[in-house]
Design a protein around this ligand. Structure first.
Ligand SMILES: O=C(CO)COP(=O)(O)O
Length: 269
């Protein structure tokens, strides 16, 4: 596996969270253009893994395209049910996602926490469910503006991490991805400084090390999310504990997302 810095084995991950954008027809256009652009610019898949998280209704189409054309593009979902099956109207199970060969699923995104009242216990149940189905959860954590202004971003975020990972084995934790997304930076154009991102990402890694040991902490990829663009990605990625980005708005723009995926060729401003 390629390294971001010598001696580090975590392969950078650039995940595009489309949120509630693009129907399945539009998804075809974006995925095709994205893979053409990455090929054209000679993207090295060893230097960053590129993943899209489309809406549920696009997943079968994206799967067909990726598998049919053997694209070097990962995909996954934006949410998963904490239940296996049954009378849960509107929910999608991990088995359904696994059947679509999804590699990843976001859990606990701040928009789910905010608009669907998801708490740490539910995020914990969804994380465990994803792992049990063989899908890598991207566990989202991060503080709101009031918490940041009170200087409590580290304890607040660590408490979300503790809640989301409660009861998981060291082996399970080693297999997941954590995304630090400060809520005040999401969709606002207000990106955290590289130092802000590093402060919390490094605190998360220290906590993983305390609880599960340094070997586990070394394996977990910790992403930053919140107004990531091609003009700020390189300096964020230069931070030692930032192993990738969870990208919202910019992942809907092919040239932008392709440039973000190729952060390794951009100057850190
Ligand atoms: O929420 C995000 C990704 O999950 C970030 O969204 P933006 O990149 O649009 O700020």
């Amino acid at each position: 596996m390629a390294s971001k810095t010598p001696g580090q084995s975590r392969k950078p991950l650039m995940a595009g969270n489309w949120k509630m954008n693009l129907n399945h027809v539009e998804a075809v256009g974006l995925v095709q253009k994205l893979t053409w652009t990455l090929d054209d610019k000679r993207h090295d898949p060893e230097k960053s893994e590129v993943v899209v998280l489309p809406p549920f209704t696009d997943l079968r189409t994206v799967q067909t395209l990726v598998e049919g054309d053997r694209l070097t593009l990962g995909y996954g979902a934006q949410d998963v049910s904490a239940h296996d099956n049954g009378a849960y109207t509107g929910e999608i199970s991990v088995e359904m996602l696994a059947k679509l060969n999804c590699s990843y699923v976001a859990v606990g995104h701040s928009e789910r926490r905010q608009y669907h009242a998801e708490d740490d216990a539910l995020v914990n149940a969804k994380t465990a469910k994803a792992l049990s189905g063989g899908i890598t959860p991207i566990v989202c954590v991060g503080e709101g503006l009031d918490v940041r202004q009170a200087g409590q971003q580290v304890p607040y975020t660590l408490s979300q991490v503790d809640g989301a990972l409660a009861g998981l084995t060291a082996e399970q934790v080693a297999a997941l991805v954590i995304a630090y997304e400060p809520v005040w930076a999401i969709g606002t154009g207000e990106v955290a400084t590289p130092e802000d991102a590093q402060e919390v990402c490094s605190a998360i890694r220290s906590r993983l090390s305390e609880v599960h040991g340094a070997d586990v902490a070394d394996k977990v990829r910790i992403l930053y999310g919140g107004s990531v663009k091609s003009n700020n990605v390189a300096s964020i990625m230069a931070q030692p504990d930032v192993d990738g980005c969870l990208v919202g708005g910019a992942s809907l723009q092919v040239e932008e997302f392709a440039a973000i995926a190729r952060f390794y060729d951009l100057p850190a401003l």
